[in-house]
Structure formats: structure tokens, C-alpha cells
Design a protein around this ligand. Structure first.
Ligand code: TYC
Length: 119
């Protein structure tokens, strides 16, 4: 059985080698890792969900105290939308699910979405 000739292992892209005759110089370069994209959970206004319910939801799922939750709710009521919190993609998606589930169970049309934070 013929065996394959030995191959040179591939060098990592971040670890280039300069072959200068007999010597090999390894240059270590800092690896740049982009921070993960963050997502904001945005709650939307509607004409039917009671203000008290929105305040409770913001307290319960976004860990806000009653004063902050009330301010966020009023901002949504006046502006049409407002940010309840900023999270990793998965956590933001879970918060959206929790809010929509609680709203549906209570029979309210409250809506919220997650969207990437602009940098
Ligand atoms: N606009 C609603 C009302 O007047 C209150 C409300 C606030 C609803 C925020 C949804 O995300 C919301 N009862």
C-alpha cells in the first residue's frame, strides 16, 4: 500500500511565519474579536392594553422598579414605542416571548419586538 508523502501543516491565519533562509520568525498578532451584536427589546403602544398591565410586565420581565417602569410605559404611550432593555440576541428573544405570552394569556394586544442596537 502506497503511503502519502508528509504534508506541511497549515499555519493559523493569525500566526504568520516569515521564512528567512534557515530561520523562521513567528509573529504573534493580536486577534481582534468583534463584540457580539446587542438587541433592544422595544415595546409598542396600542389603544387597549391597560397602563397598569404594561407597568407590571416591564417590572416583571425587565427588572425595573415601579417608577422606571411607569416612565418607560408613559414614553411608549406618548411616542408609540420604547426600549425596555438591551440584551444578547437569545435573551432579547426570550423577553419578547415572555411578554407576548403574558399579554396573550391576559387577553391584551400588547406587542413587542427585538431589534439590533445600532452602533
Ligand atoms: N396606550 C395604552 C392605553 O392608553 C397604554 C399602553 C402603554 C399600551 C404602553 C401599550 O406598550 C404600551 N391604555
Amino acid at each position: 500500500m502506497a503511503s502519502k508523502p508528509p504534508t506541511t501543516p497549515a499555519k493559523p491565519a493569525h500566526w504568520p511565519a516569515t521564512n528567512d533562509g534557515d530561520s523562521v520568525v513567528l509573529e504573534r498578532r493580536a486577534q481582534r474579536v468583534k463584540p457580539p451584536q446587542l438587541y433592544q427589546v422595544v415595546m409598542l403602544n396600542d389603544d387597549y392594553t391597560p397602563m397598569e398591565f404594561v407597568v407590571l410586565v416591564i417590572q416583571q420581565f425587565f427588572g425595573r422598579d415601579i417608577e422606571t417602569a411607569t416612565q418607560i410605559m408613559l414614553k411608549i404611550h406618548l411616542d408609540g414605542r420604547g426600549v425596555c432593555g438591551v440584551y444578547s440576541k437569545d435573551v432579547a428573544a426570550t423577553k419578547v416571548d415572555q411578554v407576548l405570552d403574558a399579554a396573550a394569556k391576559a387577553g391584551h394586544p400588547l406587542q413587542c419586538v427585538s431589534e439590533p442596537v445600532e452602533s
